[in-house]
Design a protein around this ligand. Structure first.
Ligand code: LLP
Length: 428
């Protein structure tokens, strides 16, 4: 779901006009809807009610402090992948005791920080990592809680860069070796075997692979529960969202396309996995990122030039691949809509950014409303893996982020200044 819709030909986020926000903060800029995030959290939480569960929001999807604060207030825990994300969660008032710490490359410093903060569990990706956590915990004179990430070798049928549950991926330990890895972990004196984790990939629109992965792990999970008294089973994140019809057919009310027949809904997801997970009698953890925030954000941009060549029309906008890299990196599709509807006929064009790379595009040969210089657009569904993946490439300052709640909007990150660009740099 999302809370973006047209009122009198003008695109609004909840009760606030996006044109007004663009006037105030300039473009490019990210805008997020609080209401969308809250509704997404509540709808998933409700669907999972039959389970003793905790939703650990995947911070990597959008780590702005205000977003973390909003989800903390809803009762979310957090799935983190770095010391930096743990720091953010703490700064937003989050409880490390509701945090799982994932990632294949945790450093000693990060492990020490997370142990001292008191994270709920390290989701461990390899045997050398188990040894390292055991060593650091021993040095600190404490026991560290761990879960091993188990790779179920399931095809999530998603883009190869965001598929993680196949044996050729770098993540987790294979299902065939998992029992042995736990047996070894049980001999390490400074570890508590707290749970087991899996995650098969991202932007998954079919409930079947989730059910397949859960079912494949059940015998192992039962064994771990009975042998080591583990508390939880985390089945990761990965629930996909609508990218291509976010506003396409007229002006749907924000809830209208949530139940699109081809789309995964929280209820369909729950229906597929609850019967498999409930009999385990364990606490079930979920790590959704994109589902929570993806449709809750847009990237606002202004047309700079319309360049017509014999081959194509290029609409050059002021946002670029450094601001939103998903199209360049994953062929990600983001719907492009004008902030103010115009009467012109849609026509095929490339919508491109100013960065000096051919990969700097938001749409290629796509039929979108004809846009003139100075007109503003929204790149829809940019709330997840948008700002967080941005960079200063081409010495472009990082964008501001704005959070709308009802009729109010607040700047939750200032636009970087030119001085910010060179902060910390030294000419020797
Ligand atoms: N848990 C683990 C262990 C993960 O690796 C991820 C995402 C998540 C949870 C959250 O997945 P989600 O619910 O958001 O699908 N930048 C890419 C997506 C990368 C996902 C990485 N891992 C994109 O823009 O499509």
């Amino acid at each position: 779901m999302h809370s973006f819709s047209y009122r009198d030909q003008s695109l609004f986020c909840e009760g606030v006009s996006l044109e007004k926000i663009a006037d105030e903060v300039g473009t490019p800029a990210y805008v997020y809807s609080s209401e969308t995030i809250r509704q997404n959290f509540r709808r998933l939480d409700e669907a999972l009610k039959p389970l003793d569960h905790l939703i650990c929001y995947a911070v990597k999807a959008n780590s702005n402090l205000a977003i973390l604060d909003l989800l903390r207030k809803e009762g979310a825990g957090f799935d983190i992948v770095s010391g930096g994300e743990l720091f953010r969660v703490q700064k937003a008032g989050g409880d490390p005791g509701k945090c799982t710490f994932a990632g294949v490359g945790k450093t000693e410093q990060e492990i020490e920080y997370a142990i001292q903060a008191g994270v709920y569990s390290f989701n461990v990706e390899s045997e050398p990592e188990l040894e390292r956590i055991n060593d650091v915990a021993g040095r600190l004179g404490v026991k560290a809680p761990v879960a091993v990430r188990v790779n179920p070798n399931v095809d999530a049928n998603t883009h190869k860069y965001i598929s993680t549950g196949k044996s050729q991926n770098k993540f987790g330990v294979g299902l065939d070796r998992a029992a042995e890895v736990y047996a070894h972990a049980a001999t390490l004196p400074n570890l508590i075997l707290r749970g087991v984790q899996t995650h098969i990939g991202s932007q998954i629109l079919d409930p079947a692979p989730f059910a397949e992965a859960a079912a494949k792990l059940v015998p192992l999970v039962e064994h771990l529960r009975d042998t080591y008294k583990i508390q939880f089973f985390s089945i990761g994140g990965g629930v996909g969202i609508v990218y291509d019809e976010a506003l396409a057919s007229g002006d749907p009310a924000w809830w209208e396309f949530v139940d699109h027949p081809k789309r995964i809904t929280p209820e369909a997801y729950a229906a597929a996995i609850v019967p498999i997970l409930q009999p385990l009698g364990l606490r079930i953890l979920f790590e959704p990122g994109r589902f929570m925030v993806g449709n809750a954000g847009v990237l606002l941009s202004t047309v700079q030039y319309v360049k017509k060549t014999p081959a194509k029309t290029f609409t050059v906008v002021d946002a670029a691949m450094n601001d939103l890299i998903r199209p360049a990196l994953y062929e990600g599709y983001h719907e492009i809509v004008p902030l103010k509807k115009n009467a012109s006929e849609p026509e095929p064009m490339d919508v491109v950014g100013p960065v000096c790379e051919s990969g700097d595009f938001f749409a290629q040969d796509r039929t979108v409303p004809t846009l003139a210089q100075g007109e503003r657009i929204a790149l829809m569904s940019s709330g997840a893996y948008g700002f967080v993946m941005s960079s200063n490439y081409n010495s472009r300052p990082l964008l501001p982020e704005v959070l709308v709640d009802g009729g109010k909007s607040a700047v939750i990150r200032q636009r970087q200044t030119l001085d910010d660009l060179i902060a910390g740099e030294v000419i020797p």
